[in-house]
Write a protein that binds this ligand. Structure first.
Ligand code: ATP
Ligand code: MG
Length: 209
């Protein structure tokens, strides 16, 4: 079986084939969620909240131009020392709380009354904010949803993309999973159909990766 991509590897594992996984792509404009359960993709949902909204909040609250607010957000996510770190943290936390309500809503819908898989893979630039992972790991979050146990929340990085060699060495970040995903799709279109690959391809397409 082809093992072109981290998701494929994950899907191929006995564990995930049996218990599934959630994929959450926090982009600039949208957050995309895909549910893989019972060995296939069961559904995807998207909502229009992502990194740009977080930047916009910082810009509004601190009365800064958007590009400056973007710098501050990235520095903040890096853990850099900022004079107004506490203030930024508060703005981000408030936004992430709203974002988390969005995720909760779509997960509830996707779950359709059945259990959700306890494995969550995050990608997209927005997943850099520590609050994003923290909220998904928090008891307040997962206890409200049909998880059978605390979910294991992981970042999907290009390092996990095995088959496509990045000749440029420029793709190092979790937001670069997208171009690699596209490269993967291009390659994968030429290979034999495997039910798992088909499911994976649908996930990638649905997530616009
Ligand atoms: N280091 C970082 N810390 C915090 N946010 C970041 C970081 N790097 C990127 N982002 C944010 O991630 C967002 C872009 O993510 P990504 O590149 O995944 O989006 P996209 O695929 O272009 O957008 P979409 O999926 O909505 O079409 C931007 O809002 C950007 O500010
Ligand atoms: Mg994207």
């Amino acid at each position: 079986m082809a093992e072109p991509y981290a998701v494929a590897r994950v899907l191929a594992s006995e564990q995930v084939q049996q218990s599934g996984a959630l994929f959450i792509d926090i982009g600039g404009g949208t957050t995309d969620v895909a549910l893989v359960r019972h060995g296939g993709i069961e559904g995807t949902r998207m909502f229009a909240l992502g990194g740009r909204a977080f930047t916009k909040s910082i810009a509004d609250h601190l009365d800064l131009p958007f590009p400056r607010a973007e710098e501050i957000k990235v520095d903040y996510a890096k853990g850099a020392k900022l004079a107004n770190r506490a203030e930024v943290a508060k703005i981000v936390a408030d936004d992430v709380a709203i974002w988390s309500a969005g995720v909760e809503l779509v997960l509830e819908e996707l779950a359709e009354g059945d259990l959700l898989p306890s494995r969550v893979f995050m990608c997209g630039g927005g997943s850099h904010l520590p609050e994003i992972g923290a909220v998904l790991r928090s008891e307040e979050f997962w206890k409200r949803l049909p998880f059978s146990r605390p979910p294991e929340v992981m970042v999907m990085s290009p390092a996990q993309v095995e088959r496509i060699r990045d000749g440029t060495h420029l793709l190092v970040d979790q937001q670069d999973v997208t171009p690699l995903g596209l490269a993967y799709q291009a390659i994968e279109l030429q290979t034999n159909e495997d039910p798992l690959d088909v499911a994976l391809r649908r996930v990638l397409r649905a997530m616009k990766m």
